[in-house]
Structure formats: structure tokens, C-alpha cells
Design a binder for this molecule. Structure first.
Ligand SMILES: [Cu+2]
Length: 160
């Protein structure tokens, strides 16, 4: 009994691992834990987050993204402007210096899914493609997490 219980626990741990740590590689770029925040039915935009590590010796750049789940995918930054958090579209993409990790997280850089075709439902995997200047294009999937995931920051998306 004890043995089988241990085996079950080990099996569950193995099954859980890929979902918890979905790391993908595009050339020398490692993409860690892409996730998106659950959206309300009235919301037309959603935020996507991940971190990008450049393991190479050359700088790279995330230049664009697409997703069948949204009309358009943009790269945004957030910063304080006279006490108000403001989003800005980064048309030039995001630089990823050699050896650096760029975190795209609530309150900072993020991927904005604009014109959602359906609400992002908790637990769903949202397919997307990221294009890098050097590393090329890679398919990823954002795992949809609860609205409360990783602190506040979802409300800024209502500004769109
Ligand atoms: Cu945004």
C-alpha cells in the first residue's frame, strides 16, 4: 500500500512537471513559462507573459508575435507617467542582450492579445508564434492562469 502510494505520487509529480515548467528553445533563446491571464467575457484584450533568456553571444530581439486567438498581437511596455501606469506599444520589439533574461510580467513588458476571438478561460492553452530577429519563429502556448495570478496588474488592460 505504502509502495503504491509513493509510486502514484511520483507519477503525478512527473505528469505535473511539463505544465509547470514549459521551457522552449528557439535557437539560443529560451522561453520560460508562457502564461496569460484569464479574461472576462466583456474584455477584448488579454495579457501574455513569459521570460526570454538569450544563451547566445549575439544580441537578439523579439520583433513580433501572432496568435489565432486574437486579431492582433502587440508587444507593450508599462511604466509610470506622473503617477499613472501607462502602456505603450513597442513597435521596435524587445531587445534581448546576449546572456540576459528579459522578464515579461504583469506591470512591465507584456504581450498584448488584441481583439480576442473568445475569452481566455482558465486552464486553456493559447497558441501563439513569436518571431525573433536572429532565432527565427517559434510556436508557443500561453497557459491561462486565474485573474489573480502573480499579483495585480490586470486592470490596466481595461484602458484599451
Ligand atoms: Cu498592454
Amino acid at each position: 500500500m505504502r509502495y503504491s502510494r509513493t509510486t502514484l505520487a511520483a507519477t503525478l509529480a512527473c505528469l505535473a512537471a511539463p505544465a509547470a515548467a514549459r521551457d522552449l528553445n528557439a535557437g539560443t533563446i529560451r522561453i520560460s513559462h508562457p502564461w496569460a491571464r484569464e479574461t472576462a467575457p466583456s474584455q477584448s484584450v488579454g495579457g501574455g507573459y513569459l521570460s526570454l533568456t538569450n544563451k547566445g553571444r549575439q544580441p537578439d530581439r523579439l520583433i513580433s508575435a501572432t496568435s489565432p486567438a486574437a486579431r492582433e498581437v502587440q508587444i507593450h511596455s508599462m511604466s509610470m507617467d506622473r503617477g499613472v501606469m501607462r502602456m505603450r506599444r513597442l513597435t521596435g520589439g524587445v531587445a534581448i542582450p546576449a546572456g540576459a533574461t528579459v522578464a515579461m510580467a504583469p506591470g512591465g513588458l507584456h504581450i498584448m492579445l488584441v481583439g480576442l476571438k473568445a475569452p481566455l478561460k482558465r486552464g486553456a492553452m493559447i497558441p501563439a508564434q513569436l518571431s525573433f530577429e536572429r532565432a527565427g519563429t517559434i510556436r508557443i502556448a500561453f497557459k491561462v492562469e486565474p485573474v489573480t495570478a502573480q499579483g495585480p496588474g490586470g486592470s490596466h488592460h481595461e484602458q484599451h
